[in-house]
Design a protein around this ligand. Structure first.
Ligand SMILES: Cc1cc2nc3c(=O)[nH]c(=O)nc-3n(C[C@H](O)[C@H](O)[C@H](O)COP(=O)(O)OP(=O)(O)OC[C@H]3O[C@@H](n4cnc5c(N)ncnc54)[C@H](O)[C@@H]3O)c2cc1C
Length: 435
């Protein structure tokens, strides 16, 4: 058992994604590494490194390499004054204020227990198959790096079979939100790039379908963006099936509610969002319909002020609008910044239980990028992008959100160096993964 409670409060953050690693880094810098430290900060994650989740579809398609974008948790902890504990959350004992973690990466999966004074849950979300039969057995998801890499391996295996004579590759993606749309475009882009390496007819042999139960793609965007995105994807040869509800998945494809079928050897489920199941096992906490932990504006869970939640796993109604704060990287980042600033100040003042001011979500718009083909962003009432050239501005906005996150984690000099190295790498390495 690990216990850091003896002489100062122990803040334990579980989940080092967009929100969790930002909070751990910021709190560690502020209160964890000073002489006479006012708090101990521990970050736990089931993985050993952090990646920016909105890039997962590019790793899956092979148009970006994850190895250059990973942040090693142990190194990040050492540099920034917090401790890293590998392990997947198994249980929370609220009465004893302890979390139990299973160290998945280690042989025999040992379990560790950590005592906390404040527990911050930031374990993100997963795609939601709503219990659709066959999805768990037959579909891939791309909710974390290992899943994105598995998808990439599956695509590569099938592409190699095509070089060996197999006629077609049929891929179907369920979910016409930003993830599904971006993945479809990125896959098409990857196949176009691959055709330059000795397989010029590859693009014509890819059958890519995008299935969406709603009336249009990208429901979170204005209607004209949905229309333009559908037109761009159709122009690229993607079969778009809107208003199509999947009732089951099997080895050969998807069955639809209207009796139709979408054949696919490779099936991806990229629809819906739900909180990880482990949160359901925490007794007594209030949860929303998709399993997110209900939190108040101060990000504390409604029934236990010693447990806070943020990012995708938190269910918060924006006090300004009454609408749920969306499950996006932008919202996770804003919550992380808010919590780190105010909790950091309370901890530094030796008042860990002092009230936290209410979080207000600021909608700064959304961006969707269709690889190099097109892209759009929204900013309040305004939409920018559209057209191949202006679509690049949307891609740039997409990249800038990531670079802001990276600079925050690595600090300005190392963050800029990583950025420059990426640009150099683009000049040297092939534009699509061939290994
Ligand atoms: C393909 C894709 C593209 C996306 N594109 C965009 C975009 O363009 N713009 C945008 O705003 N949002 C985008 N999103 C959504 C965005 O990635 C999430 O909203 C954001 O990552 C949420 O941050 P988080 O910190 O809550 O969770 P995450 O970033 O998902 O981090 C969760 C962390 O918790 C860890 N974890 C999970 N379970 C456990 C456990 N049991 N024990 C210990 N650790 C655990 C994980 O390893 C991970 O490190 C995209 C998502 C996907 C999948």
């Amino acid at each position: 058992m690990t216990d850091a409670r003896a002489d100062r409060p122990h803040v334990v953050i579980v989940g080092g994604g967009v929100a969790g690693i930002e909070v751990a880094t910021s709190l560690g810098r502020r209160v964890g590494r000073r002489v006479g430290r006012s708090a101990a900060v521990t970050l736990a994650d089931r993985s050993l490194s952090h990646v920016w989740k909105p890039m997962l579809h590019t790793f899956a398609a092979g148009t970006a390499r994850a190895d250059r974008q990973k942040v090693d948790f142990f190194a990040q902890a050492r540099r920034n004054g917090f401790r890293f504990q590998p392990g997947a959350l198994v249980a929370v004992d609220r009465a004893a204020r302890r979390v139990r973690l299973a160290v998945e990466e280690a042989e025999h999966r040992p379990e560790v227990e950590i005592a906390y004074d404040l527990l911050v849950l930031a374990v993100g979300s997963r795609a939601n198959d709503f219990g659709t039969p066959g999805v768990a057995e037959h579909c891939l998801t791309i909710d974390d790096l290992s899943e994105a890499e598995r998808f990439h391996r599956e695509v590569r295996r099938r592409l190699l079979a095509m070089l060996d004579g197999q006629r077609y590759l049929e891929i179907a993606i369920v979910g016409g939100g930003a993830t599904g749309v971006e993945l479809a475009a990125e896959l098409k882009h990857a196949i176009d790039l691959l055709s330059a390496y000795g397989a010029p007819d590859l693009p014509g042999r890819l059958r890519l379908a995008l299935i969406e139960s709603g009336a249009r793609l990208l429901p979170a965007f204005p209607e004209h963006v949905s229309r333009a995105a559908a037109a761009t994807l159709s122009g690229l040869g993607v079969e778009i099936r809107t208003g199509a509800t999947v009732t089951a998945a099997d080895a050969a494809g998807f069955a639809l509610k209207d009796g139709g079928r979408v054949p696919a050897a490779l099936k991806v489920w990229a629809a819906g969002v739900k909180a990880p199941d482990v949160l359901a096992g925490i007794d007594g906490l209030e949860r929303g319909r998709a399993g997110q932990l209900a939190v108040g504006p101060d990000l504390r869970t409604t029934r236990d002020p010693a447990i806070l939640a943020l990012g995708d796993c938190a269910g918060l109604a924006d006090p300004g609008t009454g609408r749920p704060v969306p499950a996006t990287a932008q919202a996770a980042h804003q919550q992380a910044r808010h919590l780190a600033r105010h909790l950091g100040r309370n901890l530094a003042a030796g008042r860990p239980d002092a009230p936290l001011p209410p979080f207000r979500y600021r909608e700064k718009g959304a961006v969707v990028s269709l690889a190099d083909f097109n892209g759009w962003g929204t900013l309040g009432r305004y939409t920018f992008g559209g057209g191949r050239l202006r679509g690049l501005s949307a891609r740039l906005a997409h990249d800038l959100l990531y670079r802001q996150h990276q600079l925050g984690l690595l600090g300005i000099p190392r963050g800029l160096a990583a950025w420059v190295l990426d640009d150099v790498d683009h000049l040297i390495s092939p534009p699509v993964r061939l290994d």
